[in-house]
Design a binder for this molecule. Structure first.
Ligand SMILES: Cc1cc2nc3c(=O)[nH]c(=O)nc-3n(C[C@H](O)[C@H](O)[C@H](O)COP(=O)(O)OP(=O)(O)OC[C@H]3O[C@@H](n4cnc5c(N)ncnc54)[C@H](O)[C@@H]3O)c2cc1C
Length: 252
């Protein structure tokens, strides 16, 4: 009998870039066609590997922005760190038609799907919105009406990734609310939050603890730690709080 090896999660595969879209001045979405993709859950990520001509390799993790409902296509959204090794290449150099090596999906903990219920509180700092957007897109794709609130911290309104799509989804779907905080620059007439996420803000935005919301926090490491500690202080069960840390520093 012929034995065939099926491509698995840990097998590197080549995706072809089919669309790129600027999201902000520093962030770009990259859509890849992946004929061997085995599907993913909202919240998971992939490992991306770049290989230089001399064989030097660099590997980084990127969350999947697209919902599981999009077959054999995967969208990543990458924010450029100016002194970074990998992100400037992905944001500034990668073009439609180029190939990108990746493997995944990775991670089974920071995952939400409609059957897990809610209410759902999503807390994003900067590019930490990416896996949470996959959850919001999945929720819309399956027509879920689970009450969902996104608290999203950005430096300015120009730094808000997926701004138009979020506005559109708030208008076109049921029970989705988005609360922005703009920490550095606010547009004229801004009446929303203009400070970093803190305990008081979470108290105002989250449902009361007795409603047992399911919570996902993603962003730079200090952001995630502050938000998670605040939620525990407010009496939410740690088992209902899931976190994903993107990096060592950062100021969303
Ligand atoms: C599970 C997971 C999912 C991720 N998903 C995404 C995503 O969807 N989109 C995205 O843009 N990034 C994401 N990241 C971050 C990504 O993996 C890289 O760390 C980031 O792109 C920087 O890589 P670089 O090679 O450009 O920078 P590096 O060369 O690795 O670092 C350059 C400098 O930036 C600092 N640094 C590294 N990472 C960060 C960071 N995240 N924030 C602030 N400072 C940092 C380093 O300490 C160093 O000083 C994710 C990380 C993890 C662990």
């Amino acid at each position: 009998m012929e034995r065939r090896t099926l491509p698995g999660r840990l097998t590197w595969q080549l995706g072809e870039v089919v669309v790129t879209q600027g999201e902000t001045a520093r962030a770009k979405s990259i859509t890849l066609a992946l004929p061997n993709w085995m599907g993913h859950r909202a919240g998971q990520h992939v490992d991306v590997r770049l290989t230089a001509q001399d064989g030097y390799q660099a590997e980084r993790s990127y969350s999947i922005a697209s919902p599981p409902e999009e077959n054999q296509r995967l969208t990543l959204t990458v924010e450029r760190l100016d002194d970074g090794e990998v992100s400037p290449y992905l944001v500034d150099e990668l073009r439609v038609g180029d190939k990108l090596e990746l493997r995944g999906p990775v991670g089974g903990y920071f995952v939400w799907e409609a059957r897990l219920g809610g209410p759902l509180l999503l807390v994003a700092g900067g590019s930490g919105i990416v896996p949470l957007m996959a959850m919001i897109r999945h929720r819309a794709a399956v027509g879920s009406t689970i009450p969902t609130r996104l608290l999203y911290s950005s430096r300015s309104s120009e730094d808000v990734i997926y701004r138009d799509e979020l506005d559109r989804l708030v208008r076109s779907t049921t029970m989705l609310e988005v609360v922005h905080t703009l920490t550095r620059v606010q547009p004229p007439g801004w009446t929303g939050y203009h400070r970093r996420i803190d305990t008081e803000m979470l108290r105002e935005v989250a449902w009361p603890a007795d409603q047992r919301p399911l919570m996902f926090i993603c962003g730079p490491t200090p952001f995630v730690e502050t938000a998670a500690a605040s939620l525990v202080t407010l009496g939410y069960a740690p088992a209902r709080i899931k976190t994903e840390r993107f990096g060592p520093t950062g100021e969303a």
